[in-house]
Design a protein around this ligand. Structure first.
Ligand code: FES
Length: 106
């Protein structure tokens, strides 16, 4: 099974094909996903330090450009785990005063 590493949190195995946002949440990281996985809020974004989640999708490009965000991020609600990776969640319940939001669909 692929392994996801989150700096200062640890490493965990993830079922191949699982949505990254759910893999993070199910392994104890209270990452925000305020729009429920609809690629609207960008609060689920992660910085990818290592690993390959494929080409940036059009829906991600659109979301990042709408929010004025620069490259280097992925929306964890839009990508699936296919191999080992190291990712850094940007917004969590721990580093914000926000509730995570509705759980994205599988
Ligand atoms: S963009 Fe809102 S949860 Fe991913």
């Amino acid at each position: 099974m692929p392994k996801i590493t989150v700096p200062e949190h640890g490493k965990f195995e993830v079922e191949k094909g699982k949505k990254l946002v759910l893999a993070l949440e199910d392994n104890g990281i209270n990452i925000l996903h305020r729009c429920g996985g609809k690629a609207k809020c960008t609060t689920c974004r992660v910085e990818v330090e290592n690993g390959d989640f494929g080409e940036l999708t059009d829906i991600e490009k659109e979301a990042f450009s709408r929010k004025g965000l620069q490259e280097g991020f992925r929306l964890s609600c839009q990508v699936r785990v296919e191999g080992d990776a190291t990712v850094l969640p940007i917004m969590t319940e721990d580093n914000s005063d926000l509730d995570a939001g509705p759980r994205p669909a599988e």
